[in-house]
Design a protein around this ligand. Structure first.
Ligand code: XLS
Ligand code: NI
Ligand code: NI
Length: 432
């Protein structure tokens, strides 16, 4: 450990019978599952922002966390923050982390100063990465906190803001590349609107499409191999966000000729805000061939905002991993905990416990999902349900006209078949 922030120095161990709150009961990184270690299946990442940057504010109250790196936005304290962050990554034995530029370096007076500071912090983090073996799942740019972005970044009515955002993404992509990042994420923080009274949707769509094309061109130019990932979210902070959900993002990508280039990073809480389930979004991305990575958290089902809680519902998590496994598992993506403590959870141990519990829940979900898939528990009934289409390929392949199909239907008398939903739900519950 490089700091004494956490009251322990030994990494969290896997011990199902432990009396210690901080032990993994289910997450055994070495456990083999279908030829892969659990660690390689889940590819856990800890996010920098919620655990080390957010001070516990809510709309009615200020900071509740009094971390010693909060008092001033200086390079010295940014380094202290990085030391503590890497201590936590190692204690958790998390293979990856994720960060925004804004999380790791104080904002400079201009683009150049911000870049210089980012580069200095990247060097600093690189040394920690080499020392601990922790890798970068993805990097990203914060294009939403500074007031210059109040009316959006790529979709800002002011072209100078578009240019500033372009410069920022270039610098963040450079740093992500240099640190061996496996993906680059773009969450459209304020790419949306508060009111249509001052918004030209067609203009903003054109700006956003151009921006993304520029980013993709640049990625190729510098030889960054990982995918660019868009993170859909329907609202918050803006009333309406353009990257509403997976299906909307897919339409956007096609409109701008990027469907083969860009994938999605799906967040559980955002799926809920869009009126979907997490597995709906994952299954849709699979069907459209754009699944990249996930932000694993949990949204409160009553509140209408992004509550970013740590996951604790095994059946829900199992269904998410079921669809991920069905799509062949993560390639460059992983399980990023885009989750934060509740603001009363003040202790260093709370940070560890939140992640330990979340990793256990994910391990349980994944193990159940894997078994379900291995047994064909859901895939066999699914194949049976569509079996009638075997030998009917002409209808789908466009070889028959509507009239020909209609003529073939003259003597048909289709008999309804049970959807067996309750039986299937019972099956799932036996695995989780
Ligand atoms: C906010 C998003 C954000 C992205 C990264 O709701 O989840 O945290 O994951 O910019
Ligand atoms: Ni979110
Ligand atoms: Ni997220």
């Amino acid at each position: 450990m490089t700091t004494d922030f956490f009251n322990r120095s030994e990494p969290i161990s896997f011990d199902p019978d432990s009396k210690d709150q901080l032990a993994f009961r289910h997450y055994d990184p070495e456990m083999m599952l279908g030829g892969k270690r659990l660690e390689e299946h889940l590819r856990f990442a800890v996010c920098y922002w919620h655990s080390f940057v957010w001070p516990g504010t809510d709309p009615f109250g200020g900071d509740t966390f009094e971390r010693d790196w909060f008092p001033a936005d200086t390079m010295a304290l940014a380094k202290r923050k990085a030391d503590v962050a890497f201590d936590m990554f190692s204690l958790l034995r998390a293979p990856y982390f994720c960060f925004h530029d804004h999380d790791v370096r104080p904002e400079g007076a201009n683009l150049k100063e911000s870049r210089d500071r980012l580069n200095e912090m990247a060097d600093y983090m690189q040394a920690h990465m080499e020392r601990t073996g922790v890798k970068l799942l993805w990097g990203t740019a914060n294009l939403f906190s500074n007031r210059r972005y109040m009316s959006g970044a790529a979709t800002n009515p002011d072209p100078d803001v578009f240019a500033y955002a372009a410069g920022t993404v270039r610098d963040c992509l450079d740093v992500t590349h240099r640190l061996g990042g496996e993906n680059y994420v773009m969450w459209g923080g304020r790419e949306g609107y508060e009111t249509l009274l001052n918004t030209d949707i067609a203009q903003e769509d054109a700006q956003m499409g151009r921006f993304l094309n520029l980013v993709v061109d640049y990625k190729h130019k510098i030889g960054f191999k990982g995918p660019i990932l868009i993170e859909p979210k329907p609202q918050e902070p803006t009333k309406h966000q353009y990257d509403y959900d997976v299906a909307t993002v897919y339409g956007f990508l096609r409109r701008h000729g990027l469907e083969g280039e860009v994938k999605v990073n799906i967040e559980q809480g955002h799926a809920i805000l869009a009126g979907h389930s997490f597995e709906h979004e994952i299954a849709t991305a699979n069907a459209l061939g754009i699944l990249g990575s996930i932000d694993m958290n949990r949204n409160d089902y009553q509140s209408g905002w992004d509550t970013d809680q740590f996951p604790n519902n095994v059946p829900e998590v199992a269904l998410a991993y079921y669809h991920i496994l069905q799509g062949g598992g993560f390639k460059t993506g992983g399980t990023n905990f885009d989750a934060k403590l509740r603001r009363q959870s003040l202790d260093a141990d709370d940070l560890l416990a939140a992640h330990v519990g979340a990793m256990d829940v994910c391990a349980r979900g994944l193990i159940g999902a894997h078994k379900m898939l291995e047994d064909g528990a859901l895939s066999k009934p699914l194949a049976e349900r569509y079996a009638g289409w075997q030998g009917q390929s002409d209808m789908l392949a466009g070889k028959l006209s509507l009239e020909q199909i209609a003529n073939n239907a003259e003597n048909l008398d289709p008999k309804p078949v049970s959807g067996r939903q309750e039986i299937l739900e019972n099956i799932v519950n036996r695995y989780v």
